[in-house]
Design a protein around this ligand. Structure first.
Ligand SMILES: CNc1ncnc2c1ncn2[C@@H]1O[C@H](COP(=O)(O)O)[C@@H](O)[C@H]1O
Length: 346
């Protein structure tokens, strides 16, 4: 499978953490303004293949958050990240980010969210050929009151943004906290009409995952350890299949975090063969030095998928987006208008 083909086809990105998606250029630009040492530290941490283990990855987020501690930086990051995904032929992007405040820098959670929304709006005004939506993330280390505040903000900004904010993500270091404490807030978010994308079973956690699946999230992030062979259980597999809960799969991320031993063993294969809806995603394209095209190419090469399979994978991801039906229809037309050309060209 040529990378060129994967670059050319239109794509949907459904699992991209804003601060993990920052490119080297943007990090450099922001760090130079603040403290050039931060750029050097970042450079040393993310050299491809060196990141290793999930603990190291979460150290890198701490470093990035030092750089993105002001609203101007958040705007720049969102603006640049949207342009970068667009340059990779991503036509629909769902960003997710954890609202943060930094009182000493004058950043509030409100100004944080508004900076991202402004970047989305500015890209739209430029007529960039990409639809962008936003999920507000709850860090699993947070307590119930912070989670509730995030849900309130998501509901408020879903209205104020005219539907750009579409839901809530649950993420954060999977070895920290117990997501079960957040169940009432997540259920409430669902009742309020917000979509739920939950990181589940990124590491083995059968009891927690069982409880979280009772919410029936709209999508699952990773789901690496759902299967009994990966530290999950048949019950988890059955529930996911019964409700056909789509998975957001991020191969390079899982390899780098060492939650999957070898790419050949990636759970994509199992779920794809079961016919479960799966979206290929980047997770943190900056931290993992990847792009959505590279992820598609990796899936194709690892599991022997044809051009047609890859096209279908990309096309079917449209069904999984959290936007209204009219957006889905527009995207399907866009895909169909280039399909025969892309599938038949060299
Ligand atoms: C590698 N797998 C992962 N698993 C779980 N959570 C992850 C993650 N990658 C990123 N995040 C979550 O996203 C935050 C950074 O973006 P934002 O500051 O929110 O834009 C991280 O701090 C973490 O909470």
């Amino acid at each position: 499978m040529s990378l060129d083909f994967c670059k050319r086809i239109p794509k949907v990105e459904l699992h991209a953490h804003l601060n993990g998606s920052i490119s080297e250029e943007t990090i450099k630009k922001l760090a130079m303004k603040k403290n050039p040492e931060l750029y050097k530290d970042w450079r040393m941490s993310v050299d491809k293949g060196k990141v290793g283990t999930i603990d190291n990855v979460f150290q890198i987020f701490k470093l990035i958050h030092q750089i993105s501690d002001n609203t101007e930086a958040i705007y720049t990051i969102a603006y640049d990240v949207i342009h970068e995904f667009s340059a990779d032929n991503v036509k629909y992007l769902e960003l997710r980010s954890t609202p943060r405040d930094a009182p000493s820098m004058g950043m509030t959670k409100i100004s944080y969210i508004e900076a991202i929304l402004k970047a989305i709006e500015d890209c739209h005004k430029e007529k960039l050929d990409i639809v962008v939506k936003l999920l507000l993330a709850i860090d699993r280390r947070n307590d119930l009151s912070i989670a509730k505040e995030t849900v309130d903000l998501a509901e408020r900004y879903s209205k104020l943004s005219g539907g750009t904010v579409v839901g809530v993500d649950l993420s954060g270091d999977p070895s920290v906290g117990d997501a079960r404490t957040l169940v009432p807030v997540l259920r409430d978010a669902k009742c309020r009409g917000l979509k739920l994308a939950l990181h589940l079973a990124e590491v083995p956690a059968v009891d927690e995952t069982e409880e979280m699946l009772k919410i029936i999230p709209d999508r699952i992030g990773h789901g690496t350890c759902l299967h009994p062979d990966a530290g999950g259980s048949q019950g988890l597999v059955d529930t996911v299949l019964q409700h056909r809960i789509p998975l957001e799969l991020c191969l390079t991320s899982n390899m780098t975090c060492e939650t999957v031993s070898h790419v050949d063993n990636h759970h994509f294969k199992y779920w794809y063969d079961q016919g479960l809806p799966c979206a290929i995603c980047t997770d943190d394209k900056g931290v993992f030095s990847t792009s959505l095209s590279e992820e598609y190419c990796l899936v194709a090469e690892t599991f022997g998928l044809t051009r047609n399979d890859i096209w279908t994978l990309s096309y079917n991801s449209i069904d999984l987006i959290f936007a209204e039906e009219a957006v889905k229809q527009d995207l399907r037309s866009k895909w169909n208008s280039v399909k025969s050309y892309e599938l038949n060209s060299e």
